[in-house]
Design a protein around this ligand. Structure first.
Ligand SMILES: Cc1cc2nc3c(=O)[nH]c(=O)nc-3n(C[C@H](O)[C@H](O)[C@H](O)COP(=O)(O)OP(=O)(O)OC[C@H]3O[C@@H](n4cnc5c(N)ncnc54)[C@H](O)[C@@H]3O)c2cc1C
Length: 416
């Protein structure tokens, strides 16, 4: 079924009785060309592009929960391509370009909103660093603007400009950054993949990876054994546990990140804002809730919930940046499990195990990467060749010494 103004009109006349489910609930087949472990954004987009761009449709996405129950449905929905390094910038810009056409592409309203993102800076040193990043972006053909304090004040008068310790001195502005409704992304990709023949198998946990003579032959699951020619892992926060099923010890640690939503307010925050003196970031959803978060919880955990210390810390950062926030009530908060890599950048690569492919290490920032990650991973799986924008995202970069350390924080995953 194609969604359009006409289809809404037709459904209205029929009392909304003609809608069909957005995707099927198939039982697993005995064998697939490709099995993807993880029905998050990356697994679903990989399946979508495998079918759409590379004509590989005998594909199963195996998900232990339901579609959107992982980080793809838990993030704060920010998209951007304001990166400095060559290993990152072209990849995230490719992703942003895919976001710009995504709703037309998969015929689904994902509420893409390019409202602009501003990274605030609070010292001379930080201004220089952001100027460098902006220049790096421009050299990659990505527009960036360095705003001074008065320009920021005109755009966002509600910020605390007179903070004694961290006065706002300006911001790096990417107009094309913004937000996308996260669960609609999962649903849009799921529907698009399903329409092209991909089986999305929910509530089916992968419990083992079967290998013969060094080659993967399939996966053990809670719905029985399913065979495959190629196996692709896109399990985000569970990458390490799934990787161990194939004896892979990966350079990943799992950490919790929390998010918060306030009660619905009239439109007040027009942009996405990040606080340079902390890690706080905020935007306003179309329903009116202020959506915000800050740092990870700092200790390793696989639990999808966080600690109160981080809640307090996040609120302190928020109120110090936007004093008016203290009058809003927080309605909901939740946690997601992040696959933090050693340099804060992702991995899209083959593994030492033949026909086993790996997509992980997305840290805080994998939502914005969803389209490019799926596209590049599908390219790798289909052609056994790395897509040029993901060529730096190799698994062996840690032994070779070619890390992509965007934040310059060294090999400590919880600092990235
Ligand atoms: C609170 C929070 C805020 C964030 N904010 C942003 C943001 O603003 N912008 C941004 O770019 N990124 C953000 N991120 C990061 C982003 O959400 C993730 O990097 C990205 O979603 C990870 O990829 P995914 O969507 O495929 O993960 P997931 O949706 O987690 O998908 C992985 C799936 O694998 C499944 N799985 C795991 N093990 C198994 C198994 N054994 N068998 C079967 N299935 C399995 C899981 O159930 C899960 O559904 C945020 C994350 C969190 C938690």
């Amino acid at each position: 079924m194609r969604y359009s103004a006409y289809s809404i009109f037709k459904q209205a006349l029929s009392g909304n009785r003609l809608w069909t489910p957005a995707w099927r609930e198939p039982e697993p087949k005995p064998h697939y060309d490709v099995i993807i472990v993880g029905g998050g954004g990356h697994g679903l987009s990989t399946a979508y592009y495998l079918a759409k761009e590379f004509g590989i449709t005998n594909v199963a996405v195996v998900e232990k929960g339901y579609i959107g129950s992982g980080n793809v449905g838990r993030n704060t929905t920010i998209i951007r391509s304001n990166y400095l390094l060559e290993g990152n910038n072209p990849f995230y810009e490719f992703s942003l370009k895919l976001w710009e056409g995504i709703e037309k592409d998969f015929n689904y309203n994902a509420m893409v909103s390019q409202r602009g993102i501003i990274n605030l800076f609070h010292s001379d040193g930080q201004r220089d660093e952001y100027a460098r990043r902006g220049n790096g972006m421009r050299m990659h053909g990505v527009y960036a603007e360095l705003l001074d304090r008065e320009q920021v004040r005109r755009m966002m008068p509600y910020l605390n400009f007179d903070h004694a310790r961290f006065p706002i001195m300006g911001g790096l502005y990417q107009k094309r950054g913004g937000t996308v409704r996260h669960d609609a992304v999962a649903w849009g990709y799921a529907r698009g993949a399903d329409q092209r023949g991909v089986d999305i198998i929910q509530h089916c946990e992968v419990t083992g990876i079967r290998r013969e003579n060094g080659v993967v032959t399939g996966v053990e699951t809670t719905k029985g054994f399913i065979g495959c020619n190629k196996l692709a892992l896109a399990a985000a926060g569970n990458t390490t546990t799934v990787g161990r099923m194939a004896d892979l010890e990966l350079p990943i640690e799992t950490h919790v990140l929390q998010a918060f939503v306030s009660e619905g307010l009239k439109p007040v925050i027009d942009h996405v804002i990040t606080y340079g003196a902390g890690h706080f970031y905020i935007s306003q959803s179309d329903k009116g809730g202020l959506v915000f978060g800050a740092e990870i919880d700092f200790y390793s955990s696989y639990a999808q919930r966080g600690n109160l210390q981080t809640v307090e810390h996040t609120m302190e950062e928020g109120v110090s940046l936007i004093p008016g926030l203290s009058r809003a009530k927080v309605l909901r908060s939740w946690g997601g499990v992040m696959d933090m890599s050693m340099d804060g950048s992702p991995i899209i690569d083959r593994t030492p195990v033949d026909n086993l492919y790996l997509n992980c290490g997305w840290c805080y920032g994998g939502f914005k990467a969803t389209p490019a990650s799926g596209f590049c991973f599908a390219h790798l799986i289909a052609r056994n060749e790395t897509h040029h924008v993901s060529r730096f995202m190799r698994l062996d970069r840690f032994e070779r010494g070619y890390t992509i350390d965007e934040a310059g924080k060294g090999p400590q995953p919880n600092l990235h």
